[in-house]
Design a protein around this ligand. Structure first.
Ligand code: TPP
Ligand code: DXP
Ligand code: MG
Length: 649
């Protein structure tokens, strides 16, 4: 495409970029223009679709430099968490896809192998890229392939334990590997912990910068000619660093350190990357960037630098969606009320205080909230320690992120019967973030943990009630899980049997419909549709879904058909567990379980994906009518006894 044609699309230079080779030829002046055009493009497109505008504005120059120094896809560029790969997608031929970013059938918000040969890691969970990179570099070394491996990892992701496991192995292996630390000082909020302090000591030490500039000027005319010269240059810098900046941490690991470099200075980043590329061993390039760089509404956004907003006004950065009562806020407000009454209740967040609502508690009781960084495993076991110390921790994470702490929940918490409450926001199908963000595993995966109880509230009132019940449990862990978005209108029960809420019942007991969590409303709509066909449906909300309440088995025995519907995987879900309890009690009523098939479901809106999965009132009702009418039509077969038990006559 010519520059002129490109102009018609996205900007004079950007419109002409169809692949990385187009940026390799550009002059410094053109690159500055291109960076500005990319920023304009990101703001224009992501303001309409929503997405990770802040993180991507911070990596424009960094990504340009990476694609100029390395030859993707032969050289592999890995993005930790992957939410900051939009610029990479823009430079690898996918500009046209941004009108449908994170929409069904459109561009994924994360790298996607189906989209491009330039993409590799699709997993949106943080702190994994260095482990992938370690393995990839070992594979290339063993196969004798001369290919660079470059991993971009944020300062937030670097607080995840896997990164340190990987760094330990990377240092030992000694394979050529470039680790770009994208240090903008923030996860959502400012990054916490000793590592963050260390990184800031590196990037903020004026003495080091001044001395370094002097050395660089002196050596500036000396072209880097591979390892020998690099060693000289590096030895000098290392000596200086040790003198003015205590940055031995990385180098004592056996990994060379280059930086800190201004991550918005393309030439400086390129120079560091070329040095790292030619070094012949593992190198960390410490790039200092600013989240939301070049867009004032993002730069000035105190909460999270417009980390991942929904659609927003490009001029002001203000969200376009009207505020609605979110599940998260209901949880946050009730947690504060509980904490006001219970001094033993404390909150833990894994670098997501605002998104999980824990920040509300922190504003009221700052001394009782712990941000552990992106470290869910540590969150779980440090919660166990807090509980051992006489407190009741409430660990608030997105459901999908607790997956990585299964062992910690199972053994460190549950086996010790410790009173820890895990509040899982974004449980079930979420939508725009796609398969690795779907919180669909918890009721199955954690449902097998002995002594752990799982609550799935259906509305605000039940969330408040079940959260209180959870923090009142003192002989084991609890989970309270709820979906993303606007909380459903309160759905009152007609009565309660044990811990089970009956939402609707009829004179006929054709169907027991077990509607898990926020599917309570769906259950009511299904019952109405079946009533039109003359069938009677008892709709129940189990409230505490694992272990399965015994009352459900008793209720099942009084119906012709049991149907369960849950916003979680079917395998090992509530339906499976209820079927097992019914078998154990010899209750031989047919049961059909509806839920999410275990699999990698595409991104879209929550409603679209649930519809694609048949989890709508219309689809469920149609299924139930088919099943119940099938029972009507079934001849009553005599129970066939095995021959040996048949009566002699
Ligand atoms: C295991 C895990 N926990 C939490 C998250 C949610 N999350 C997405 S991005 C992000 C912050 C990442 O910070 P950083 O690595 O510094 O990248 P930046 O956004 O600053 O570019 C978090 C906590 C996640 N993706 N994975
Ligand atoms: C990349 C990441 O894990 C988060 O930024 C996530 O995209 C946030 O999801 P919500 O928009 O549901 O808070
Ligand atoms: Mg960061």
């Amino acid at each position: 495409m010519s520059v002129e044609e490109g102009t018609a699309n996205h900007g004079r230079l950007l419109g002409a970029v169809r692949g990385p080779q187009d940026v390799k030829r550009m002059t410094a002046e053109q690159l500055d223009i291109l960076a500005a055009e990319i920023r304009d493009f990101l703001i224009a497109k992501v303001s309409r679709t929503g997405g990770h505008v802040g993180p991507n504005l911070g990596v424009v120059e960094l990504t340009l430099a990476m694609h100029r120094v390395f030859d993707s896809p032969r050289d592999r560029l890995l993005f930790d968490t992957g939410h900051q790969a939009y610029v990479h997608k823009i430079l690898t031929g996918r500009q046209d896809g941004f009108d449908k970013l994170r929409q069904r059938g459109g561009l994924s918000g994360y790298p996607s192998q189906a989209e491009s040969e330039h993409d590799l890691i699709e997993n949106s969970h943080a702190s994994t890229a260095l482990s992938y990179a370690d393995g990839l570099a070992k594979a290339y070394a063993l196969r004798g392939e001369q290919r660079s491996v470059v991993a971009v990892v944020g300062d937030g992701a670097l607080t995840g334990g896997m990164c340190w496991e990987a760094l330990n192995n990377i240092a030992t292996a000694g394979n050529p590997l470039v680790i770009v630390v994208n240090d903008n000082g923030r996860s959502y909020s400012p990054t916490i912990g000793g590592l963050a302090d260390h990184l800031s000591s590196l990037r903020l030490n004026p003495g080091y910068e001044k001395v370094l500039d002097t050395v660089k000027d002196a050596l500036g005319s000396t072209p880097l000619v591979g390892k020998p010269m690099y060693e000289v240059l590096h030895a000098v810098k290392k000596g200086i660093k040790d003198a003015v900046a205590p940055q031995a941490m990385f180098e004592d690991l056996g990994i060379k350190y280059v930086g800190p470099v201004d991550g918005h200075d393309i030439a400086a980043v390129e120079s560091s990357l070329r040095a790292a590329k030619n070094f012949g061993g593992p190198v960390i390039v410490h790039a200092v960037t600013r989240k939301g760089y070049g867009y004032r509404p993002a730069e000035e956004d105190e909460a999270d630098c417009l980390h991942g907003p929904s659609a927003f006004d490009a001029e002001t950065g203000k969200l376009l969606a009207a505020p609605s009562v979110k599940w998260t806020q209901v949880f946050a407000d009730e947690l504060v009320a509980i904490a006001d009454e219970r001094p033993d209740v404390v909150g833990i967040t894994a670098a997501m205080a605002e998104p999980t609502g824990i920040a509300t508690l922190a504003r009221k009781h700052p001394e009782r909230v712990y941000d552990v960084g992106i470290a869910e495993q540590h969150a779980a076991t440090s919660a166990a320690g807090l509980a051992m110390g006489g407190l009741h921790p409430v660990v608030a994470v997105y459901a999908t992120f607790l997956n990585r702490a299964f062992d910690q929940v199972l053994l460190d918490v549950a086996m010790h019967k410790l009173p820890v409450t895990f509040v899982l926001d974004r449980a079930g199908i979420t939508g725009p973030d796609g398969p690795s963000h779907y919180g669909i595993w918890d009721m199955s995966v954690f449902g097998v943990v002995p002594g752990l109880r799982i609550a799935a509230p259906r509305d605000s009132a039940s969330l408040r009630e079940e959260l209180r019940e959870a923090v009142a449990v003192d002989d084991g862990p609890t989970i309270v899980r709820f979906p993303t978005g606007t909380v459903a209108a309160d759905l009152p029960a007609v009565r309660r049997i044990g811990s089970v809420d009956v939402l609707a019942e009829s004179a006929r007991t054709d169907v027991l419909l077990v509607a898990v969590g926020s599917f309570g409303q769906l259950g009511m709509e299904v019952a109405a549709r079946l009533a039109e066909q003359g069938y009677g449906v008892t709709v129940v909300d189990p409230r505490w879904v694992r272990p399965v309440p015994a009352e459900l088995v008793e209720l099942a025995a009084g119906h012709r058909l049991v149907v369960t519907v849950e916003d979680g995987v079917r395998v090992g879900g509530v339906g499976d567990a209820l079927a097992q309890s019914m078998r154990d009690a010899d209750v031989r009523v047919p049961l059909r379980d509806l839920g999410v098939p275990a699999g990698w479901h595409p991104h879209g809106t929550r409603a679209q994906i649930l519809s694609d999965l048949g989890l709508t009132a219309q689809d469920v009702a149609r299924n139930v009518i088919g099943w119940i009418s099938g029972l009507d039509a079934e001849p009553v077969e005599p129970v066939r006894l095995p021959a040996s038990e048949a009566s002699p006559n």
